[in-house]
Write a protein of this length. Sequence first.
Length: 405
Amino acid sequence: MRIAMVTDYYLPTLGGVQTVIKAHREALEREGHDVHVFAPLAAPSADPAIVRLPTARGFAPDGYPFTWSPAAAAAALTDRLREIAVDVVHVHTEMFAALAGFEAARALGIPVVQTMHGRIDVYTRSVLPLPSVTTALLARLHRQRMSHDRASLDLTAPYASTRQARRMWRLMVSQANHASQVIVPSAHFAAKLRAQGVRVPLTVISNGLEDTVLERIGHPAARHPAPDRPLRAVWCGRLSPEKRPEVFVDAIGRTPGVEADMFGDGVSRRRVLRRVGATAAGRIRVHGAVPQSRVLEGMSDAHVLVSSSLDFDNQPMVVLEALAAGLPVIVCDPDLAEMLPPGAGIVTASPDAEGLSAALAALRDAPDEVARMSETAIRHRRRIAQTTHRDELLDVYRAAIAAVR
């Protein structure tokens, strides 16, 4: 099968979507399928299967290269998809590269599979300047290239209570309903999408880690923290409001006997560094943006991974990486409990710094519990492999192809 993955952000920028696409590609290619990735890039890739879409100069919101113009991207994609005779287009985002993917696929009669990776209503509110204005502009530009009349929102939902949120939900739901098939990595996000009017076939397929990552991790040993040494926590993600890194910093500051490493960069970096200096100086190391290999190295030295996001993340890849590395996981968002193997994770009693501090203190004071949770995570690690979910992905592709024949 010949598959085109279309995305508005890809490696070497860091993020869960980038990691998912890399995992999909590796698992599919190992089974003999042909995969091309189309994305805006700061510079052309040396890999001929990674194709640079027209990319804006001097404009990279939140550090990500930006597809521009939409018409040029659609024309370039149409030419390349025709040239390589693609069977299915798999779109992973909702911005202009994604729209170009839909336009090119429609022109060539190719089915589209859309993965809904995350809550752009929360992301745009947290990251864009003047979000009440910029989301209106973004929605208008999106609507110019794709009708938004395929959304019938439930306005009683608390997450769709503002005009700004409704704009983004209408964009997400309409785009999903223009696809032949939709994939969602988590049941909690799938339920929200259905409630907001997604009517095309929707399949929940967990994300997974590619074999090369599992091989790099190797066979981790269970964590056995020394009672007289600090508990070592690790945090990884965008330093951005929707990820709530300052909640993590405040929790470490409240919890003696806990040290931490933070990996990632973003719009909140300066605020995070100031907060570290004020509340946890000497106990938190902020490393900035680093390759995935460095994150995995940091996990190998840690006792626990913490996810501080709330009402945003779908299925964080970093949690899967932590479980594969044998790390217990603490999450602040109850929705993320579905991805934690029983006995390998903790949901904080409250999502604030106080609740997170209490969870960290409990593990600090119970090294045997850390070891038990670590052993549970290690037993679960093979279920995290992308190859476990590859056949489900191919079934969705086949269903999309069959629907247009």
